[in-house]
Design a protein around this ligand. Sequence first.
Ligand code: SF4
Length: 485
Amino acid sequence: MTEISVAVQTPLAKLANEFCEVLKLFFKVEGFAIGDAPMGFKPLVHQFSEENGQWSCSFTFEGHIMKKTLPIPAVEDERRELIHKRHIKRLCKVTLYELLKEMTGVHPPWGSLTGIRPTRLLYERLADGMTMAQAVLAVEHDFDVTPEKAELLREIVTVQQTLPSPNPREADLYVSVPFCRTRCAYCSFPGEAVGKGKLIPPYMQAVLWELGEARRLFTKAGLKLRAVYVGGGTPTALGENEFTRLMDAVMEQFPDACEYTVEAGRPDTITPGKLSVLRRLKVGRISINPQTMNDETLRRIGRDHTAQQTVDAFVLAREMGFEDINMDVIAGLPGEKVAHFAHTMEEIATLKPDSLTVHTLAIKRSSRLNLEHAPLPDAFDAAEMVRLGGETARALGFSPYYLYRQKYMAGQQNVGYARKGAACLYNIDMMEETSSVIAVGAGAISKRVFPDRELRIERAPNVTNVSVYIDRVEEMARRKEALFL
Ligand code: SF4
């Protein structure tokens, strides 16, 4: 990708960041400014006007120009401003996209889409009364998405439609255990390495108290429990006693969820004792995450376990009767070539998990990898790894069931694949943002989804620092009450 620095001159400054996202589909944007172009920046000139019942938009860049118009939709109710804003944003982004596509000759696989939840577009069209086939064609046409990506969206939505749909009188429960044995180099989560474990006893006290408050909140708000997810961090990084106390408390107070998932993330934290607690409590779904099956990469990214430990943990869990095991892998890890990722896929195919999530490495600003500028695979290799991940999942008989895209990604997408009956409802709820969640623990974010067409969402985040959370846990519970009552 060509590197450029751009200064956008626009009468709609609020949309400048959106324009930057469109530029990133075609260029590596090294610098971005709004207004006059600093030295070395190329000006991108945007004009926008409204006359004779239509909006007119044009972009000029490096001597090329693209102009488009759109009749102003007639909306008379209170949604007018919101709908107009959306149409204007869309018109401008599409105009810029078409200009850059014409200039560069590049066709991005996701077309002009820069959002993280492309399945939403399919759902919107289905809600407007289109058939699935019509909705897929409309997304392909409206956003210049390739037929392959449009088909991926169709498969995902088709699987999601077989699962219990979100209900405004329900909510998920999320429990955060923000500790890990060591910190992965790419991690941007606000967790803590377990270290000497000094924070664990006060954390347990705080989170168990907040769990009780969450139980009361479900009752007071008249909410029915949907799915439970215990994540982190690595919940199994807790010692066996703490892990047992936490899981007993979760199951005692939230016994009637339709699905329970516990992240057993790092294989080196999995013990027969912790697995037997989960079996006793009938937790159906666990996640054992290799990320890669190459020891050298595991060392490089600070995982502090070996590929053999992943195999051992998986075999142990199977022997103990777990029939729904997810595995997460990451495409695009530092120092990995396609051959490394292919090796990981071969090992996964041999183990035969029940679901596989293929993430693409996202280097966020706060991660150590970003700070250390570790060598990363190029976009072409990362895309090939993503393709291999999908191929392996399909060879295992899995279908894609959720997808999200995000900024900073070396490739294009994160996709969850599962065998029939093993799709994780909680993952779908999180990715589609269609279900409320009451979340406890440091860094956990509660979310209330209002059941209108726009799926308005309000959030109540818990503080992320573990010590601060312990001190302010009562305030965290009150925040959630303010959100739901
Ligand atoms: S296991 Fe997950 S949460 Fe823990 S350090 Fe690694 S990436 Fe971060």
